[in-house]
Ligand binder design. Structure first.
Ligand code: EPZ
Length: 455
């Protein structure tokens, strides 16, 4: 049976909560370990379904992946022999495409399934392929797989700009490939996200020669090989933002520790614009109840703009604030599947092109809703916290892809969320955070039932 949450709304959150490591920093870094022959130790990698999926992908390629007692992840790629990422794993998680660059750089060939469809909109990988081709790779499509080959990649001056701006994982793919190419590479229109900066820090610690990460022009001088390294992944700014909005939507008083506040300027500005009192130090956020919340007009943009990964959560918050609000998503113009489910909870939202017109209501009311993707499920949880009465949120396996035990963190703050089954026909053991063990080194969350979509 598949997971669902039963939520009793109306409880004010208060207390202290800690932010885990960043999913979107962890995934490209895990993939990049394939380019390093030897052992890599990663700290603060969160226990998420997507991390478990990436671990399975690395293991399917021949790497050893183990979650140590201290919570760090140890990856050893000495035994890596295959350079193929199979469809059954890639279809579960789009970030699997991040193995393309490392495999090509280390082995001179890579065979990675095309990622397939996605619930947040059209997600091509043409920029990834364009960048690798610029580095000299021969790219072809074969039976749904990308086949990339190159005896030796060579540096190039290339531009990664796409119709909706830079590409985060595309920048990472080209960065790792260029790190082992011959000569200098200049990546123009590079993504600036903190996760890309962390990726560059990881590669530099492994011996890569990279400058300009975090700006739109990144310069890389290729080296012959990368060496073993230990790296601590940055905290997750999207989880921190989600927890901050949980405090705001319930008029609570919450302290959020291990928050990467320097990566959250636009999120904090948006909360201030909405009238939510926020105090921030370098690693802590304190969110207090607002006496006068205000409607707002927000636009999701590439970093340092407001993250598209917070768009759904802000939509939930603005749905509860009287007045006319507007949210536009310039990164994923179709990322609005959560809107219809929020309407089931009593929100007043109209979608037009890449914008959501929101008329705030005095009170949301509990209902049965269904998650469609990772951040949409987070938005539904937030709305259910504020809604009057009971809500049921189905297909919360989407949530487990990017949040570790979110309901436990929220219940620790005073929420009333119970994880249970939805009685759906596909019977399977109840999902759980499996204990760490040699045959389950990542302590993955195991889910039964079909998994749709991917982010
Ligand atoms: C990363 O996805 C994140 N995932 C996403 O987070 C995030 O929403 C996205 O960046 C934007 O910030 C990871 O880092 C694992 P893109 P990515 O390539 O790299 C277009 C979450 O909820 N594009 O930056 O796949 C694309 O269609 C997930 O945690 C091309 O046109 O996103 C989009 O409009 C969801 N061609 C824009 O660029 C390409 O080859 C940005 O996409 C690649 C992308």
């Amino acid at each position: 049976m598949m997971d669902m949450f039963c939520v009793e709304g109306g409880h004010v959150l208060h207390g202290t909560v800690f932010v885990d490591g960043s999913k979107n920093a962890s995934l490209p870094i895990l993939a990049a370990t394939l380019a390093i022959e030897g052992e890599v130790t990663l700290e603060q990698v969160p226990q998420l379904q997507d991390v478990a999926t990436m671990g399975q992908l690395l293991q399917s390629i021949g790497a050893a992946v183990e979650r140590l007692d201290d919570g760090s992840l140890r990856i050893n790629t000495c035994a890596v022999k295959s350079s193929m990422a199979p469809y059954e794993l890639v279809r579960q998680m789009r970030a699997s495409v991040c193995v393309l660059g490392p495999l090509l750089a280390r082995f001179g060939s890579a065979r990675v399934s095309l990622p397939g469809g996605c619930n947040i909109g059209h997600r091509p990988i043409d920029l990834h392929l364009r960048g690798l081709a610029a580095l000299g790779a021969e790219i072809r499509l074969e039976a749904g797989y990308i086949v990339a080959e190159s005896s030796r990649l060579r540096g190039a001056d290339l531009d990664l700009c796409g119709p909706h701006g830079p590409t985060v994982t595309g920048t990472c793919n080209i960065m790792i490939a260029a790190s082992l190419a011959k000569g200098r590479t200049i990546i123009r229109s590079a993504a600036k996200e903190p996760e890309v900066q962390d990726f560059a820090r990881f590669l530099t610690a492994a011996g890569a020669r990279i400058s300009g990460a975090g700006t739109s022009i990144v310069e890389i001088d290729g080296v012959d090989h990368l060496h073993e390294v230990r790296h601590t992944v940055i905290p997750d700014r999207i989880e921190a933002a989600t927890l901050a909005i949980a405090a705001a939507i319930t008029h609570g008083d919450v302290t959020i520790r291990n928050a990467p506040t320097t990566h959250m300027t636009c999120v904090l500005n948006a909360l201030n614009l909405i009238g939510i009192p926020v105090d921030a130090t370098h690693d802590t956020l304190h969110i207090r109840a607002s006496s006068m919340p205000r409607p707002a007009r927000l636009t999701a943009e590439p970093y340092p703009g407001l993250p598209t990964d917070c768009q759904a959560q802000f939509m939930a918050l603005l749905s509860t604030i009287e007045g006319e609000s507007l949210i536009t998503d310039t990164v994923f113009p179709e990322r609005f599947m959560h809107a219809a489910e929020l309407v089931r909870l009593g929100a007043d939202i109209r979608i037009q092109n890449n914008s959501a017109f929101i008329r705030g209501v005095a009170r949301l009311s509990g209902a049965s809703v269904m998650a469609s993707d990772l951040r949409a499920s987070a938005a539904l949880v937030l709305a259910a916290l504020a809604a009057e009465g009971h809500s049921e949120i189905r297909r919360v396996y989407h949530l487990d892809r990017g949040y570790h035990a979110l309901e436990q963190k929220l219940n620790h703050l005073g929420a009333k969320i119970q994880r249970t089954h939805d009685g759906s026909p596909n019977i399977a053991p109840r999902p759980h955070i499996a204990p760490l063990s040699p045959d389950n080194p990542l302590g993955s969350v195991r889910h039964a039932g079909k998994r749709s979509g991917q982010e």
